[in-house]
Design a binder for this molecule. Structure first.
Ligand code: KG4
Ligand code: ZN
Length: 345
């Protein structure tokens, strides 16, 4: 049995989890997954302010670690490893988590393991499965990333394609900003799209050249901007735009994003020869993506595992889950572990 503490501070959620890999089962057990969101702190700025995020992590992290131990009735000596997101993300917020994890590992005398946040999103669909679904194609769709991976197993994950400009979640957030719907935009656009017509506006579906596995969403974002303000205009009020029109823009935009995500995921399945798709990241909570990918996979005889909603947006359960599997396979970080804002794979 291996038990991991997980710490996640890569963006605007402070999260601490305890996950166990039981000796008698392949299914992980999430003892607790505490998430303190910072939405309120950043909402008035329309996006995450890194310095504010770092300070909020600093204020919350200690308390959450204590709360996680209390909630599970566990002591530091009951833990086998301290896992922490070390890349990619906001460098300042990552450093808060990594420094805390290094300190806990040193003072409790426990091993430390840095985890790649995107790899954790890529494997988050497996957290509550009875058996690992690998090999699979993983679609990771979040506020910072839109990538396809070939996951051969927990430690063997290679990049197939990624966005060359905006991430899918970022496009959702920007469209919400254009329509003055609030922040974070993805869930709001998703809700408003339910009342709209996905065929009302023929937004572009950028597939890029040939059989490219990469994504591009910046042209679509500009198309939404022109649709709302008029061709060539990048700003202006929303006077005269009805609620129904806003719902139609949300629905047509969402459908354009999801059509591309589904088509490229199927293309990656064909290219890798696997018969399973897993999906993670904040945008994996999107209702149109969940519906359309389920239909497309059923149609092609491909198995689909969608990450449970509570593990779609940033959380430490996915960090501890991915971390515990790597730890069992011999991975360790030393106490000089650093953080990195970027990573291409
Ligand atoms: O994975 P995540 O919490 O953070 C990053 O690692 O980036 O993803 C957050 C992103 C935001 O852009 C948010 O607008 C988007 O996920 N999101 C959604 C939905 N729920 C969250 N986008 C579309 N539909 C949703 N239901
Ligand atoms: Zn994330």
């Amino acid at each position: 049995m291996t038990r991991a503490l997980g710490i996640e501070t890569s963006c605007d959620e402070t999260s601490v989890a305890i996950v166990e890999s039981p000796p008698d089962s392949d299914r992980l057990r999430v003892h607790c997954n505490l998430v303190a969101t910072q939405f309120d702190l950043h909402a008035k700025f329309g996006g995450v302010v890194p310095e504010i995020a770092s300070r909020a992590h600093l204020q919350k992290l200690d308390l959450l670690v204590r709360e996680a131990l209390e909630a599970t009735d566990l002591l530091p000596e009951d833990l086998d490893v301290i896992t922490v997101t070390c890349m990619p993300g906001l460098i300042g917020t990552l450093l808060v988590g990594v420094t805390a994890a290094r300190t806990l590992a040193w003072s409790w005398g426990k091993p430390l393991l840095g985890v790649n946040h995107i790899h954790a999103h890529a494997t988050s669909a497996a957290i509550e499965l009875d058996a690992a679904p690998w090999p699979a194609v993983a679609l990771v769709v979040s506020g910072g990333h839109t990538s396809l991976y070939h996951v051969r197993d927990w430690e063997n994950i290679s990049l197939i394609g990624a966005t060359i400009d905006d991430a899918a979640g970022e496009a959702f957030d920007k469209v919400a900003a254009i329509l003055e719907l609030g922040y974070p935009g993805g869930p709001i656009v998703d809700r408003r799209a339910a009342d709209g017509d996905p065929e009302a506006i023929a937004f572009p579906r950028s597939m890029l050249k040939g059989d490219s596995a990469d994504f591009s969403f910046s042209g679509l974002k500009t198309a939404v901007l022109y649709e709302v303000h008029g061709r060539g205009k990048t700003s202006g009020g929303l006077e005269g735009i009805t609620d129904q029109r806003i719902a139609d823009v949300c629905a047509s935009f969402s459908q354009a994003v999801i059509d591309v995500l589904v088509a490229k995921t199927l293309r990656a399945v064909e290219r890798t020869g696997v018969d399973c798709v897993v999906v993670g990241g904040g945008v994996a909570a999107n209702s149109v993506l969940r519906r359309d990918l389920a239909a497309a996979c059923a149609n092609e005889g491909i198995q689909l595992h969608l990450t449970p909603m509570r593990y779609c947006t940033d959380n430490a359960a996915m960090i501890a889950s991915h971390g515990v599997r790597l730890f069992e396979r011999g991975h360790r970080s030393d106490l000089s572990l650093g953080a990195s804002a970027n990573v291409r794979d």
